[in-house]
Design a protein around this ligand. Structure first.
Ligand code: B12
Length: 282
């Protein structure tokens, strides 16, 4: 890996890894090469970017302490605020760099996602993105089948939180890292995609590989609980709506929309026949 990238990666990891995040460098060109122009990131191809994901440890190491702190604002999702807070720390620790962060939930006015998180995770080598086209002679006819990323150590027990773009930092010689194909057989890919699309609430698709760590029962309960009752589940009170208690501005390109936040916040531009899940999970 280029020295400059290795140094930057180390600095970002020092800031984020203790809180249950992982980061993976990639070139904007690798991402843009797989997507139609409407999804392109408008930066020169060799621009350095980092994919950020959260592991099961994020819940105890980052989210719970964050919820207990005074940073929480009403109306916006606590997990999104927590991630924003930690990415803001990266920005503070690297003041000399221009940095643009795009979170997984950010959408354009037409509701199209600003970043295709799974494609980014795949090109960054973080987690293999299994799609319908990775199954030969698939059995699903005209059904819509969404793809799913599987992490070699956490299976499906992780979430992609966004990308950090470093405009002006160009790394044309960064070698691409292939994601590990940890679900190599047709049968296992069918089970995985059916689990993700039709039974995701039972969590089983996340065990497509035996994970090093899963979400705790408490974490699963948190994400299975409707957003309005989640803080009570952890024995915490809702934050006051007094604007003076607000945390600093989130460091994203746009502020997150008003809640409830779930993947359906970004689905409006897709086929309206896909019904959103009742409760978002990570
Ligand atoms: C909209 C959305 C939904 C919608 C629609 C789902 C869909 N994929 O169509 C709904 C509400 C149904 C949904 C549900 C869920 N979601 Co959702 N959702 C999203 C969201 C916000 C955008 C996905 C999207 O619109 N993609 C657009 C389509 C067109 O992209 P695409 O299918 O990948 O197509 C592109 C690729 O094929 C690429 N391409 C072409 N050739 C090639 C070749 C290669 C090699 C590669 C890599 C790419 C590539 O080009 C295509 C575009 O032209 C993402 C977060 C994000 N910002 O990406 C989360 C996300 C996909 N959801 C996620 C999850 C976990 C879920 C749920 C389990 C609920 C939950 N949160 O617990 C359920 C699962 C049910 C289901 N059917 O998907 C996770 C998936 C994590 C993972 N391990 O993959 C994501 C990444 C959120 C996150 N922060 O981690 N979701």
């Amino acid at each position: 890996m280029e020295l400059q990238v290795a140094e930057l990666k180390q600095k970002i990891e020092d800031t984020l890894c203790p809180f249950g995040f992982e980061v993976y460098p990639f070139q904007v060109a690798w991402y843009n090469a797989l997507l139609p122009p409407a999804f392109h990131l408008p930066l020169p191809g060799p621009t350095l970017a980092f994919l950020v994901l959260s592991t099961p440890a994020m819940f105890d190491r980052a989210l719970k302490p964050f919820l207990q702190s005074c940073h929480l604002r009403p109306l916006t999702d606590p997990v999104d605020q927590c991630v924003a807070y930690h990415l803001g720390r990266v920005r503070k620790n690297l003041p000399e760099l221009q940095m643009e962060v795009i979170a997984d939930y950010e959408v354009h006015p037409n509701r199209r996602p600003k970043i295709l998180a799974q494609t980014a995770a795949h090109v960054a080598g973080a987690a293999y993105y299994y799609q319908r086209k990775d199954v030969e002679a698939d059995p699903w006819g005209t059904q819509h089948i969404s793809g799913v990323c599987i992490h070699p150590r956490y299976g499906g027990w992780f979430a992609i939180r966004g990308v950090m773009l470093l405009p002006g930092v160009e790394v044309p010689d960064l070698p691409p890292t292939k994601p590990l194909d940890c679900v190599p057989t047709r049968a296992a890919r069918i089970t995985l995609l059916e689990g993700f699309n039709f039974h995701w609430r039972d969590w089983t698709y996340r065990d497509a590989v035996t994970p090093q760590e899963r979400y705790s029962e408490e974490q699963k309960a948190y994400f299975s609980t409707p957003p309005a009752q989640r803080l009570a589940l952890l024995g915490l009170a809702q934050p006051s709506e007094d604007p003076s208690s607000a945390s600093p501005e989130l460091p994203f390109t746009t502020l997150p929309p008003k809640k409830p936040q779930n993947p359906s916040r970004a689905r409006g531009w897709l086929s309206p026949s896909i019904s959103p899940p009742a409760s978002p999970g990570p």
